[in-house]
Design a protein around this ligand. Structure first.
Ligand SMILES: [Zn+2]
Ligand SMILES: [Zn+2]
Length: 263
């Protein structure tokens, strides 16, 4: 009888342990800063940031504009900046990098911050406990997570890289503003990850001043690349977003402030 109780206890520990593990290991990202907002208690403001939980690691992609709003949104969502393992800044614009100094003291010392180019010296001095890395090429920064090559908009010289998360035979693309051009960026990523299917592209597509017919063309190009779902947001612009919503139907994913995507 004692033996049976012992075996039963071991069985229960194993079962409960695996339930707990699978619960904790849910891979997802949450939009923690966005000017696009549906129903949420969080504060909406111009900018973008995504909190990514992947294989037990935490990645922060961009940091919004205002430190106080960024911090209070994280607090409301119960997300602790002290748990972040790596930070990726898509490009050197205030609405993506502005909130970083507000959490720099809470980040672990020597936390790697991946940038597409050096940001201003004053800001770097304020955050001297962090390890800033300027990367130019595709780089794997975790088991299933990559930053892309730094791409540049030839007209305004804005340099930007995007984030790619692998998911078996598929992958997800997250962009900050996509200044180099959303379709060109996605094409280059698709070439690099040839043989895999792009499940989703989300973030800012920077189409605020783009004509409706050009937005329709870009939307069609993204489909031709083989992208299954689109989550246009941030600087895509409300008009362009509504074109995407119509064009992608049930494959339009709303990823506004506070929304999350489980993968
Ligand atoms: Zn932006
Ligand atoms: Zn920008």
């Amino acid at each position: 009888m004692k033996q049976l109780t012992f075996i039963l206890s071991i069985f229960l520990i194993l079962v409960l342990g695996s339930v707990k593990n699978s619960f904790c290991q849910e891979d997802k990202f949450i939009i923690v800063y966005n000017n696009m907002s549906a129903e949420t208690d969080l504060e909406s403001d111009w900018g973008y940031a995504a909190w990514i939980e992947l294989d037990g690691e935490i990645y922060l992609f961009d940091s919004g504009t205002k430190g106080d709003i960024f911090k209070s949104n994280l607090e409301k969502l119960n997300l602790d900046p002290g748990k972040i393992n790596k930070v990726i800044i898509s490009h050197n614009h205030y609405d993506h990098i502005g909130g970083l100094s507000a959490i720099s003291e809470e980040l672990k010392p020597n936390t790697k911050v991946y940038l597409p180019e050096m940001i201003d010296d004053e800001l770097l001095k304020q955050m001297n406990s962090l390890d800033f890395q300027v990367e130019k090429d595709f780089k794997k920064i975790g088991d299933r997570i990559w930053i892309t090559r730094v791409m540049e908009n030839p007209a305004n010289r804005i340099k930007e890289h995007a984030l790619v998360i692998e998911k078996g035979e598929k992958y997800i693309i997250i962009t900050g503003c996509a200044h180099p051009g959303i379709s060109g960026m996605c094409k280059e990523i698709a070439d690099y990850f040839q043989g895999k299917t792009p499940e989703l592209v989300t973030g800012g597509f920077h189409l605020i001043a783009t004509s409706d017919s050009n937005v329709e063309e870009i939307s069609a190009t993204l489909k031709e690349i083989g992208i299954e779902k689109a989550g246009a947001s941030h600087c895509t612009g409300e008009k362009a977003i509504s074109i995407f919503q119509k064009d992608w139907g049930e494959n339009f994913v709303q990823l506004y402030l506070g929304d999350e995507y489980v993968f």
